[in-house]
Design a protein around this ligand. Structure first.
Ligand SMILES: [Zn+2]
Ligand SMILES: [Zn+2]
Length: 254
């Protein structure tokens, strides 16, 4: 039997230098529970080092976590790459690491990049700046993610920077994307009238939260699934067996 599950698959942690220091596993899981979220995705910039910690915390509470990375490609396009498990995610994270320029972070300018465990204890500070573009094209980044069983979602395509539409002007037609993320779902009809070809894609909207307050939004993406798993989400993007994805006003906003 299919049921609706609410999901926010684009959340940053304290590892992203631009995120607030209260974005640790305990706070994120607690906030997701307060908002009645069923599934969350952890997607820091160019790294997955805090995914396991959030999973550890969430597992104790029955919240489903999908691990991923928000990659910044050579074209300065942000893409969410989500994976079925930690094994595939780790392999892909190692590839992204190998393409990340060895530029040191400047915490006083960009913020700290903190790697934590499930109890929010600091394990170490990531010293390579995660806000650089990786030395790989959008096409390569996407192909590698798909090869590792990943789902690729170009991020905030309607934003004026770091998006596929702002930087390339179009969605490359052969790009194997599962869905497109819209930052401002309230303007969805404007976006579709400007870019009618987007109607052929599955559209989603996530918080891209860098602070706890950003997790609370007026809209949410709901998945109609048998169970809250990666494989079911993949089937929903493909519209298999009655599974669906819709953007709706959030059921609960505090
Ligand atoms: Zn982004
Ligand atoms: Zn983001």
């Amino acid at each position: 039997m299919l049921k609706w599950f609410s999901a926010d698959l684009h959340i940053h942690t304290v590892l992203s230098p631009c995120a607030e220091l209260d974005m640790g596993p305990i706070n994120i899981v607690e906030a997701a529970e307060k908002l009645d979220m069923d599934i969350i995705g952890i997607t820091d910039h160019n790294s997955a080092a805090n995914v396991a910690a959030v999973m550890e915390r969430a597992d104790q509470r029955g919240l489903v976590v999908i691990g991923g990375i928000e990659v910044q490609t050579r074209e300065e396009v942000h893409v969410l790459c989500l994976f079925p498990g930690l094994e595939q995610l780790s392999a892909y994270a190692a590839y992204i690491r190998s393409r990340l320029p060895k530029v040191p972070n400047q915490p006083e300018v960009f913020g700290d990049q903190v790697v934590v465990n499930g109890e929010e204890e600091i394990l170490y500070f990531e010293e390579t700046l995660l806000l650089s573009s990786v030395m790989a094209s959008l096409e390569e980044v996407v192909a590698r993610a798909v090869a590792w069983g990943g789902l690729v979602i170009p991020a905030h395509i309607d934003r004026p920077s770091f998006s596929v539409l702002s930087n390339l002007g179009f969605i490359p037609p052969q790009l194997p994307v599962a869905a497109l993320e819209i930052a401002w779902p309230e303007r969805i009809s404007d976006i579709l009238s400007r870019y009618p070809s987007l109607a052929q894609y599955c559209l989603v909207s996530f918080s891209d939260a860098h602070t706890l307050s950003q997790l609370e939004r007026g809209f949410c993406t709901y998945f109609y699934l048998q169970e809250p798993t990666f494989i079911e989400i993949k089937r929903a993007f493909a519209g298999e067996g009655g599974r669906r994805v819709v953007i709706e006003r959030a059921a609960k906003v505090n």
